[in-house]
Design a protein around this ligand. Structure first.
Ligand code: IVH
Length: 712
């Protein structure tokens, strides 16, 4: 089971929109601490504990929560800090102008938003020409170089954005950094990125390893570690490079545009990035982003995105800066939709239908801007490296605890494991043995022939299934009870207060007083919870059917069933009388468009299991179930009618005719009976039309049908 305790990280997994105010405050406190720790590791010791993308994700989460709860913004909020305070050992430098950070974009829509925001701010029409510069975002460390009278007098790291470290002696050893300039303004602060090329990084690490010295995790750390050496002769021996892309204090402007200013820096002798380009319009910026991403692996140095800057410096000045980021620039990151990480453990979760689902617990890694620490492994065949028919997948490579795996996210779904790297498999690992007993209740876990999933046979006696069913019961498309989320369900389960859905509606009578007196709850939240529960005693039929958690009955199927049967009494009577595979009730069920035999079998079987049935009855006794009107307006001529189509229709397919009829509130049946209201007969209609005539059922042709549904 996925139960997280009430530890400090308990708010970490909650979606921003779902946080209560108290949870948001706790989460902001946690983020402030985690981000500060990451800042210290990153800036202070050159040894990051989390990836840049994971760090970005934390900062974005922090910003999103702050945007939702502005009153909760902390004095030590990470959004008010750019980096970390300077490390001990170097002199401090207060930047004449702060060294800013950049706002991040991740999707193409972020580029359009960026452009639209700027246009709004400047009151420019959407089609007014507006130029941007576009350039790679170098994954190194930023440096500010101060020249006075054409001579390099000071070099400083970014530090916390306002105060950095004095690394002048070290910077003087970097070949790309000129010691003197000719024709520069009297005061010129050049800003750019110190980085290490891949080949130099590999050679440095090889030398370090040979000398028994520590190696670096990546080129960025190597660059930072090299620049921030107290002994500048070590820096001199390290292959560092520098790209200039901006400036700080100036005694005279460099140019009127970003483009020309960077060209001026190049003319003064600085290395500037050769991929820099001027672009007009969102489409060109997006194309540049994709183009540079395609070249990413062949550049020879690390980049983690591109940076767009408004070209016109006068407009840049008008836009100005927010707390730590300029309004005129955007760092458009590359998506890391796939990432490699290690499997620390494989857990088995038991779902509400008893399915045993293997979940890989991963060393956290960022995938497409989201930190991923769990991924589904689907089922035992997938782990073993074969498909449901026994054919090899991934070349037959199995997945083990300790393996390096590639994870990916497809849409919003749970991350998945795409591949495993056998070359990195640690010695001594064992194939994963899939349990044949439920890890929650110990019942046998069986795999039916043709099913890829192993299921616990414990039914409602299995606590995992019971809890998961309760969570499903209160979920959004089901009873959606405010204040009764998954975590509270787990807590109430642990108390023994809830065992099945009906218990929710007797909770106040049984444990109201205790809950009101409970720490962390109190009178008000308990009252709110009981009011929310009471409000759901009246529930629409489709929600109730979905909430029952019957296998294969999702929200769509629940709605189909509800619309077809209309009331709980009709639905319950039909399911009770139905027999799997035969009889009129079964025929009616499988005739519902969208209801297949698998779904029908599942529902009918559920209603015939005594324990299940008793549970449903206890629940319904607590409720008032609202009937669901057929899809159409009540005044539709077809509302509530049963229609049979026969013969060929010229103007629409049978499927479309059926969909139109159902949209207008009719039921479509496959055969004519005394309950049929209308038969639509096209050319070639045979026995059904004859039967209708015999029973006195109205028969119309396609023209009349078209007129009836208003589709002429
Ligand atoms: S412009 C006011 N341009 O990215 C704008 N920054 O995430 C200041 N970076 O602190 C930065 N490549 O260390 C700019 N082409 C580029 C960059 C770049 C890398 C770094 C820089 C900055 C950080 C922000």
């Amino acid at each position: 089971m996925s139960g997280e305790g009430e530890d400090a990280g308990a708010t970490a997994g909650i979606a921003v929109e779902a946080l209560t105010e108290a949870e948001a405050a706790r989460e902001l406190a946690r983020l402030a601490e985690v981000i500060a720790r990451a800042d210290r590791a990153y800036h202070g010791r050159d040894a990051p504990e989390i990836s840049d993308a994971a760090y970005d994700a934390l900062k974005r989460r922090n910003a999103a929560i702050e945007a939702r709860f502005p009153a909760l913004v902390r004095p030590d909020s990470p959004s008010a800090r750019v980096g970390a305070a300077p490390a001990e050992g170097f002199g401090k430098v207060v930047h004449a102008q702060p060294m800013l950070s950049l706002e991040n974009g991740f999707a193409e829509a972020d580029i359009a938003d960026f452009d639209a925001r700027i246009r709004r701010y400047l009151n420019l029409a959407p089609d007014a020409p507006l130029a941007y510069t576009a350039e790679p975002k170098i994954d190194g460390l930023s440096l500010s170089l101060r020249y006075e009278g054409g001579r390099l007098v000071q070099a400083a790291t970014r530090g916390d954005g306002s105060t950095g470290e004095n690394v002048t002696a070290n910077a003087r050893t970097v070949a790309d950094i000129p010691a003197t300039l000719h024709g520069a303004p009297e005061i010129l602060e050049v800003r750019g990125e110190v980085y290490m090329r891949h080949a130099d990084f590999a050679a440095l690490n090889a030398r370090q390893a040979a000398a028994g010295e520590r190696t670096f995790a990546n080129p960025r750390n190597a660059a930072a570690g090299s620049l921030r050496q107290l002994d500048a002769t070590i820096t001199a021996a390290r292959p560092l490079h520098f790209f200039a892309y901006g400036w700080g204090e100036l005694s005279a402007p460099l140019a009127a545009t970003q483009w020309d200013a960077v060209a001026r820096l190049a003319a003064l002798g600085f290395a500037t990035n050769p991929l820099m380009r001027r672009c007009q319009g969102v489409a060109a910026l997006a194309a540049y982003w994709r183009e540079v991403e395609a070249q990413r692996a062949s550049l020879g140095y690390d980049i983690d995105g591109v940076v767009f800057k408004l070209d016109d410096l006068a407009l840049q000045r008008r836009l100005g800066v927010r707390a730590t980021t300029p309004r005129w620039a955007l760092a458009q990151k590359f998506s890391a939709e796939r990432a490699w990480t290690r499997i620390e453990a494989i857990d088995i979760q038991v779902g509400r239908t008893g399915a045993l689902s293997p979940v890989a617990r991963l060393t956290p890694v960022t995938v497409g801007g989201v930190v991923v620490s769990n991924a589904t492994l689907h089922n035992e065949d997938y782990i073993a490296g074969r498909d449901a028919r026994g054919a090899p997948i991934r070349g037959g490579r199995d997945i083990r605890v300790g393996d390096w795996v590639q994870v990916y996210r497809a849409g919003d779904v749970i991350p998945k494991v795409a591949d495993v790297d056998l070359a990195r498999r640690p010695p001594g690992t064992q194939p994963f043995v899939f349990p044949d007993r439920c890890p929650e209740c110990g019942s046998a876990a069986l795999r039916e022939p043709g099913d890829s999933v192993r299921r616990c046979t414990g039914g409602l006696a299995c606590p995992a299934q019971a809890v998961e069913r309760l969570k499903h019961f209160v979920s959004r498309g089901a009873f959606d009870i405010e204040g009764l989320g998954a975590r509270t369900i787990e807590a109430f389960w642990a108390e023994g207060w809830l065992r099945e859905p009906a218990d929710i509606f007797t909770l106040e009578a049984r444990h109201g007083a205790e809950l009101r007196a409970r720490e962390g709850w109190g009178e008000k939240s308990a009252a709110n919870l009981f009011a929310a529960i009471a409000a759901r005693r009246t529930i629409p039929l489709d929600r109730l059917i979905f909430a029952l958690g019957i296998r294969h009955v999702g929200e769509v199927a629940a709605r189909l069933l509800a619309r077809h049967y209309g009331s709980w009494a009709a639905f319950e009577a039909a399911m009770t009388s139905a027999e799997v595979g035969r009889g009129p009730a079964w025929e009616e069920l499988v005739a519902i468009d969208g209801v297949g035999e698998v779904l029908a079998t599942s529902v009918v079987t559920a209603f015939h299991q005594p324990a299940e049935r008793a549970l449903v009855d206890r629940l319904v006794a607590e409720l008032s179930v609202e009937p669901v009107a057929p899809a159409a307006a009540a005044d539709s001529p077809l509302a509530g009618k049963t229609i049979v189509f026969t013969g060929t229709l010229a103007r629409m397919t049978r499927a479309e005719a059926k969909a139109r009829a159902e949209a207008l509130g009719a039921k479509v049946a496959g055969s004519v009976s005394a309950r049929t209201d209308l038969v639509v007969a096209g050319p070639g209609a045979g026995s059904k039309a004859a039967k209708a005539a015999e029973l006195g059922v109205q028969v119309i042709d396609e023209d009349a049908w078209t007129a009836l549904i208003g589709a002429g």
